[in-house]
Design a protein around this ligand. Structure first.
Ligand code: NDP
Ligand SMILES: O=C1O[C@H](COP(=O)(O)O)[C@@H](O)[C@H](O)[C@H]1O
Length: 497
């Protein structure tokens, strides 16, 4: 992370942003609100311009009205001020384009005529058409040596398809100008993992198999598939969440300290972790991995349909909406330390958290009945209620308690600790880093490919076993087998905070 000395909002960070897929779900729900926030907070240089590209026939005024309506729907009342909204909308143009056809791409070159700002091309479309867009941009003469490209996940559906897509992007853009998004890397607490681990000697010395007994990573979602059957049923939870977000979290927890904060120093360390991940042999696949699919149940007290009853569903689908697994990073730092991962849709609550369980004292002198609570835990809450809690043991107070232990948190709640600062959405941070031309929060090609290699052996193993996903009712924490998987090691998923 070579820090720029320019203040944020520096005119040097002005860009021309070409947003492909500007009427899609991601653009409307996340990207335009994030761009608006950057503008409102004075982080978007005055000359920055945005062009939305999609195939519907709108003119710029109609498109601005659509964006305005989307902002009103998604922003909190206190975040909507007329002046900021007007300034933001005035930056936006719209061009109608079929991304797969070369004709029409010259409109982008014309839109930029006379501009000296670098162009950022944001591909908020399915990865299968990244190659077409890159080629058409090149052939139309819209690119120059400063153009950056931002691509969304998942890149492909396995190693082979991701290599093909990365080759297609790479034939037009060098790696130093490719920004592969994993939006979890833009979340405030995820970035805090780097600060927590490498700025605090207290943890630095303890961060290994001598002191840590096991690690849990939970990314639970309350929502189902949100009308995205077509995409999700092809992908499943392993490709949608584990291949990218969960493995990135695991890397940040498990990696060795980088020699500095430059993008490649961090990414080199993450790749070492991905290479060291144990693969699952036939027997381990059945024992250490649980696939699940939700059935009808309740969410927030309301009846909700099962996965196979979702709109557009194929009722035979065996796609997983839940995965839990026990894996290991096979190196000196982590040998013998299980990493328990779980992620699923239609869980009882939205909860992303990492729990580091430290080992017990080598010699225990307190009440034998309390032995199972006698260890420290570091709980890193990514969302909601971002914060970090270190669970320590103290003596229970009171004359009649003797030397009874009581676990309690030393708690840093970000909203309370830093009440004046709004916790920005991940996309705000990532878009800002793209504007500044900094890559440390983006994923390098070899990371994507090592992650796929590891997921592919799981997918192949599942195919060979032909075992259907285990059912779990919507609103539960997943199949019973995922609880059994951890309890048979004498442990349990941590659900308090
Ligand atoms: N939505 C989300 O929450 C997340 C999405 N992503 C990734 O972001 C990317 C975008 O996802 P999402 O917004 O959900 O997808 P959508 O399908 O909602 O949006 C894609 C947009 O691109 C347009 N488009 C597709 N093909 C063409 C074409 N040939 N010519 C012109 N326009 C075209 C679509 O238009 P039309 O409607 O006319 O087809 C639509 O406006 C994907 O890579 C996805 O994996 C990643 C994380 C989360
Ligand atoms: O990438 C994705 O992430 C979202 C969950 O993101 P979060 O920031 O809300 O935790 C998930 O719903 C979606 O299926 C997936 O594509």
């Amino acid at each position: 992370m070579s820090q720029s000395h320019n203040p944020l909002g520096d005119p040097n960070h002005a860009i021309d942003l070409a947003l492909f897929g500007a009427l899609g779900d991601l653009a409307i729900r996340k990207l335009f609100p994030a761009l608006y926030h950057l503008d409102r907070e004075g982080l978007m240089p005055e000359s920055t311009r945005i062009v939305g590209l999609a195939r519907e026939g709108h003119d710029t005024t109609e498109f601005r009205n659509l964006v305005s309506a989307a902002l009103q729907k998604r922003l909190k009342k206190e975040e909507q001020d007329k002046e900021s909204i007007t300034r933001f909308l005035n930056r936006i143009d719209y061009l109608k384009l079929d991304f797969k056809q070369a004709e029409g791409f010259e409109q982008i070159r014309q839109w930029r005529e006379g501009s000296e700002r670098p162009m950022v091309v944001y591909l908020s479309v399915a990865a299968a058409i990244y190659g077409d867009i890159c080629r058409n941009l090149q052939q139309s003469g819209s690119l120059d040596d400063a153009t950056r490209v931002v691509v969304e996940k998942p890149i492909g559906s396995d190693l082979a398809s991701s290599e093909e897509i990365n080759d297609a992007i790479g034939s037009v853009f060098p790696e130093s100008r490719i920004y592969r998004i994993d939006h979890y890397l833009g979340k405030e607490t995820v970035q805090n993992l780097i600060a927590l681990r490498f700025a605090n000697p207290l943890f630095g010395t303890q961060w290994n198999q001598n002191h840590i007994s096991h690690v849990e990573i939970t990314v639970a979602e309350k929502v189902g598939i949100e009308g995205r059957w077509g995409y999700f049923d092809e992908a499943g939870q392993l490709r949608d969440m584990v291949q990218n977000h969960l493995l990135q979290l695991l890397c940040l927890i498990a990696m060795d300290p980088p020699s500095n904060l430059d993008a490649d120093a961090i990414r080199d360390e993450k790749v070492k972790v991905l290479k060291a991940l144990k693969s699952f042999t036939g027997e381990a696949l059945g024992r250490d991995v649980v696939r699940g699919q939700y059935t009808a149940g309740t969410s927030d007290g309301q009846q909700v349909p099962g996965y196979l009853e979702e709109e557009g569903a194929n009722t035979e689908s065996q796609t997983e909406t839940f995965v839990a697994m026990k894996t290991e990073v096979a190196n000196w730092r982590w040998a013998g330390v299980p990493f328990y991962l779980r992620t699923g849709k239609r869980m009882p609550e939205k909860l992303s958290q990492i729990v580091i369980h430290f080992r017990q004292q080598p010699h225990y002198i307190f009440d034998p009945d309390q032995r199972n609570i006698a260890a420290n835990k570091l709980i890193i809450r990514l969302q909601p209620e971002e914060g970090i809690a270190l669970q320590v043991l103290t003596k229970d107070s009171g004359l009649d308690k003797g030397m009874r232990l009581r676990p309690g948190p030393l708690h840093l709640d970000f909203n309370n600790a830093f009440p004046t600062s709004r916790i920005p959405d991940a996309y705000e941070r990532l878009l800002l880093e793209v504007m500044k031309g900094q890559q440390y929060l983006f994923v390098r090609r070899d990371e994507v490919e090592h992650a796929w290699r590891w997921c592919d052996q799981l997918i192949d193993g599942w195919k060979a076993r032909e075992a259907p996903p285990r059912r779990y009712p919507a609103g539960s924490w997943g199949p019973v087998a995922s609880i059994a998987m951890i309890t048979q090691d004498g442990r349990s998923w941590y659900e308090d905070y």
